[in-house]
Structure formats: C-alpha cells, structure tokens
Design a protein around this ligand. Sequence first.
Ligand SMILES: C[S@@+](CC[C@H](N)C(=O)[O-])C[C@H]1O[C@@H](n2cnc3c(N)ncnc32)[C@H](O)[C@@H]1O
Length: 371
Amino acid sequence: MTASAELEIFLVALPGLESVLCDEVRERGFASPRIVPGGVTFRGGWPDVWRANLEIRGASKVLVRIGAIRVLHLAQLDKRARRFPWAETLRRDVPLRVDVTCRKSRIYHAGAAAQRIATAIREELGAPVTPDAELCIKARIEDDLGTFSIDSSGELLHKRGHKQAIGKAPMRETMAALFLRHCGYAGHEPVLDPMCGSGTFVIEAAEIAVGLHPGRSRRFAFESLAGFDAAHWSRLQTASAPKTPVVHFYGSDRDAGAIRMSRDNAARAGVSDFTTFRKQSISELMRPEGPSGLVIVNPPYGDRIGDPKPLLDLHAALGRTLRERFSGWRVALITTNAALARATGLPLVAPAQPVAHGGLKVRLYQTGPLP
Ligand SMILES: C[S@@+](CC[C@H](N)C(=O)[O-])C[C@H]1O[C@@H](n2cnc3c(N)ncnc32)[C@H](O)[C@@H]1O
C-alpha cells in the first residue's frame, strides 16, 4: 500500500443528500468529487482516505476500492481471490469479515461467494475471518465483475464519540451537518434549536464554528490496515488549530433529561464554552441578544394513527413564537409532514428533496430572514 496510490474513494451519503455532501467534499479540497448513486466518489491516495474520515461531516462511511476480478463461477472466484494481492492492504494479524452482494451475475449466491473469499484470505494471507470483526471487506459482484472495497471507517461516521447520551428520536450528526450546510450555515452566525433533544444541531454548529474535526475523538478501521502511517495521521489530526467563535449556540427543550444530555454531550465534544442549553418550552423561548442567525428544529413528528391536533397546535405555537420574536432570523424546519410545516404559518419556501431517516422520509423546509 503506497501513500501516493491513486484509489477510487467512495463516500456513502444519506439518500437525498448526495449533492450537499459533494459540495462539502469539494470545499475540503478533495480532487474533482462526483455524485454517483448512493454517494460521492473521488480519486486519491491513502492520506486522502484518512483525511476524509477525519474531516468530512456528512459522509456515513468512506469505502476504498482495492481491485476487481472477473468471475464467471465459484471455482474461478476461489482461484482468483487466492491470487489477489491482499497483503498490500490487509494485515495477517487483524481479523476481518467479508460482505458480498451479487447482481446480474452468474454467481448469484452471496453466501457461497463470501465463503470462497474468506477462505482465500484466511489461507493465502493468514488473517482470521470472523463475523464480528471491525474490519470489513466488501465484494460486489455485478455483471460477472467482482469489485473489492474496504470499509476504512469501521463504525458509521455519525458516531463521533461524543454523544453517549441520546433521546428518543436523535438526529444523526451526519444528517444534522448536511442540513446545516444546506441552510448555508458556514460557522459565522448563531444557531438555535428550541427542541434540541440531545443537542445534535447545536453541537454540530458549534464544532463547525470552532473548526473541530468531526473524527477527532474516535478510532477508524484504517488504523489497522497495512501501510497505515501513524505519524502522518497524527500530523493530519493536529494540522489546524481550533478558533474561538464570535457567535454563540443555543439549545432548549421542555424536557430536563434532554438538557442534561445536551450539556454532557457538548462537554465531551469540547464546546461547552460556546453553547447554552436551557430547560424551557416553546412558549418561553426568547430571541438571544446579539446578531440574528439560524433557528433549526426538528419537532416531534407523531405517527399517522395518533390524534394530529396536539402536534398541529405545537407547530402553530412554534411558528407564532418565531414570527413574533425572531425578526431577522432564518428558520429551518425538518419534518415528515407537510401539514405540520404549514401549521407553523411561517413563510416557508418549497422544501428540499426528501431524505430517508429511521424508516421515514423527512424534508427540510426553510424561510428567508423573518420580517
Ligand atoms: C424529534 S426530538 C428532537 C431531536 C433532536 N434534534 C436530537 O438530535 O436529539 C423533538 C424534541 O422536542 C421536544 N419538545 C416537544 N414539545 C416541546 C415544547 N413544547 N417545547 C420545547 N420542546 C419540546 C421533545 O422533548 C424532544 O426532545
């Protein structure tokens, strides 16, 4: 594994947010990123893989393509997988698992294919193959071409390592970061979430303003690959110094437990000095002193069979408070339900395309600065 090797690097996106992720990848200085089904791809070397895992806020995973073989039947897969140069990327002392998908190919039995690949790696390289290993080799057999990729991230990237406490319906950090970006937030204006739950939007916004890398506190699967350069990695981690933001970040929620969680999560993320969390309900919400900024909120969605009246009333109260007290602020509302968005009475423009979230489709509704 050479540091300069040109690899195809694939960032998995939340469906519906590919183009927002592509903007982030471009802005972070990665070469010519392209939107492809399911994510964003660009070419680079292993240091780009490490940096993408460290710096990109919106990707769910970073996959790295390590090669491809043509395979017409299982015996051929067995033979070619044995000859594949696994040792260039994998270490014989690091356990791994193999995950196979088959499409439009003569080999259609993913389990049998996975067994051939696992045996080849175990016998030729000597690495243990176990179903619960952190490191995952993904083989995609499509049109009789077997493409091998490595999941360089390990755990999904929304697991930054700071949010140990979560509420009932937490927003993923990756999704929160992309919604903030979609609203044009770049770290220079205050952000307020009046139904903050575990504090995801507020903490993400503060981290962006401070310039903290999302992957600064966690480990990644690539750290146990052959050719991993720990000295280079530690230089990447310390390449930029945090700044003190000129604006402040606010979260509130009527639930005392949510406020406790938010404060603990903010402390672990190192943004306590720039965030304020307060237990209060929507009706008590006041506009903070200082410049106007962005209110971003994902209120409870409810379910389809429950009585919609209390939720409609809650959205009406939210909209009224914001219209009366937040002149000059922009509002971003994330909801599954257009009727709830309308109930706010806010001057919302046409929503962005839907994004899959926990089995539901959510949409981002936005206003310009409120009159
Ligand atoms: C879908 S959750 C928000 C999740 C949050 N974005 C996160 O990442 O954890 C909705 C939140 O709204 C809060 N909430 C509901 N009614 C409220 C009200 N009237 N005033 C303030 N907060 C309220 C709930 O306590 C809950 O934490």
